[in-house]
Design a protein. Structure first.
Length: 150
């Protein structure tokens, strides 16, 4: 996902694994699905660090297709997102998220382990976070529709 505001662009990379997978083994070690997701996110992060210019060029081509405006720069410097993102002075904040399993499968110890992982490699979320966001969006859309109909 790519978004921007007045301060920087945000690139969020999400690695999806099974919602039925447990995050940790009975011994408290990251389970296979979680390990795979974290490894893929680490690989992506290393690739971007090594090839940031190429990554910016790819983003620029996509921003040109959707005719995205510049968000972070003074209009006298950049008027389009495609040129703004190419500028190495334009800040891109990278975030890496592994989505695995369900909240109900996590013990309190698992929650602490998940927080430890979050600090080292990005964040680890369960599918319940996606469900929560979808429900909030649905409620907001319903409220908006009701307000327009009233």
């Amino acid at each position: 996902m790519l978004s921007a505001h007045s301060g920087n662009w945000n690139a969020i990379f999400v690695e999806l694994k099974s919602p039925r997978a447990n995050l940790f083994t009975k011994q408290g070690l990251p389970n296979r699905a979680l390990n795979e997701a974290l490894q893929q996110l680490d690989d992506r992060e290393r690739w971007i660090r090594k090839h940031e210019g190429l990554f910016r060029e790819t983003l620029s081509r996509h921003l040109a297709i959707v005719d995205a405006p510049a968000y972070c720069s003074n209009a006298s410097i950049h008027q389009s997102g495609e040129t703004e993102i190419l500028n190495p002075r334009t800040v891109i904040h990278y975030e890496y998220v592994a989505v695995v399993g369900r909240r109900s499968s996590l013990t309190p110890d698992d929650q602490a382990r998940r927080a430890d992982i979050r600090g080292r490699t990005g964040s680890v979320a369960t599918y319940d976070r996606l469900v929560d966001v979808a429900e909030r969006i649905d409620r907001a859309e319903q409220e908006l529709a009701e307000a327009r109909g009233a």
